[in-house]
Write a new protein. Structure first.
Length: 306
């Protein structure tokens, strides 16, 4: 399973933001790394990577990243290791866990699209399955768009959700740049649910060579009884199956079934579509300049205590 964050399309998007990127590959490994600068640090970040098949290929990828990091004079390498690499193995290689920030979800729910359509539907909860099959009976229609101009539907609905829930989403310009870069490549697609010719829910998904990832979504709360958000996800899953993709990543769930967990609500929602939970090692740093890295971590500690 290949993350969209390691794709050529994501590289093009990062470069459209003015960032410098690097790629390398070898036997059973590859990576896309992005040079980033922050307060008291510079780093090479490999989101959802490096891609590798075992510890030997991981070591080769890590050696390449270290060499590139030293060449670019960064303070540390940041990675999101794949499954199969343990915390002890990462610590043995000098990596340190990033406990204060997980840039990519360490826990997610993944649907195997190699299953037949009926089996995929059977995994869903009864409610999600019924909505997926019958949303059109309520007058809801769903269309997909590769037109970058349609991204305003998402940003408009996200703005309302953010105001209602007191959250801060990505900026409109961030989504607009994504749309202009990724949608013409068909690496991102917008799904729009409409009722009486008006959009009432929308979702943005990313497609890699083999995986569709559910990334951003928003809905008009006044139409919540139509369950358009559920209909969108169900349709996106079935369309991904039809297009030959092998996995659908629901992208981020809680690591516990505690109903008081802040992610409990959308975890229950995502798990209603079936699939299996997958846990990754999380985000890890490899210091290249220990003194500067300690200073950076101290700054992060002080910042969080304020």
């Amino acid at each position: 399973m290949t993350s969209f964050l390691q794709s050529k399309a994501w590289q093009a998007f990062q470069e459209s933001l003015g960032r410098t990127t690097y790629t390398d590959s070898g036997d059973n490994w590859s990576y896309l790394a992005i040079k980033e600068s922050g307060t008291l640090n510079t780093r090479l970040y490999t989101p959802a990577g490096p891609i590798c098949t075992d510890t030997a290929s991981f070591d080769q990828a890590l050696a390449s990243l270290k060499a590139r990091g030293k060449q670019e004079h960064v303070d540390f390498i940041r990675i999101d290791p794949p499954t199969g690499i343990t915390s002890d193995q990462l610590k043995q290689r000098g990596l340190r866990p990033v406990t204060y920030q997980q840039l990519q979800p360490a826990h997610t729910q993944i649907i195997d699209l190699a299953l037949g359509k009926d089996d995929i539907l059977a995994q869903m909860s009864q409610n999600s399955r019924n909505i997926t099959r019958n949303y059109h009976k309520k007058g809801v229609s769903i269309r997909k768009s590769y037109n970058p101009e349609d991204i305003t539907i998402l940003t408009s609905l996200l703005s309302r959700v953010a105001s209602r829930n007191h959250i801060t989403p990505h900026s409109d310009s961030y989504f607009q740049t994504q749309a202009q870069t990724l949608m013409p490549l068909k690496a991102a697609v917008l799904y729009i649910a409409e009722f009486e010719d008006s959009p009432i829910a929308v979702a943005l998904v990313y497609d890699s060579d083999d995986t569709r990832t559910y990334a951003h979504a928003a809905a008009d709360d006044s139409y919540r009884k139509l369950n358009a958000g559920t209909a969108l996800v169900g349709q996106m899953i079935l369309d991904a199956k039809s297009s030959g993709l092998v996995s659908f990543d629901l992208y981020g769930i809680a690591d516990t079934d505690d109903p008081k967990h802040p992610w409990a609500g959308f975890t229950k929602f995502k798990q209603s579509f079936g699939g299996q939970p997958v846990t990754y090692p999380g985000t890890w740093d490899l210091p290249l300049h220990p003194y500067r890295y300690r200073l950076y971590r101290l700054y992060q500690t002080v910042r969080r205590r304020r």
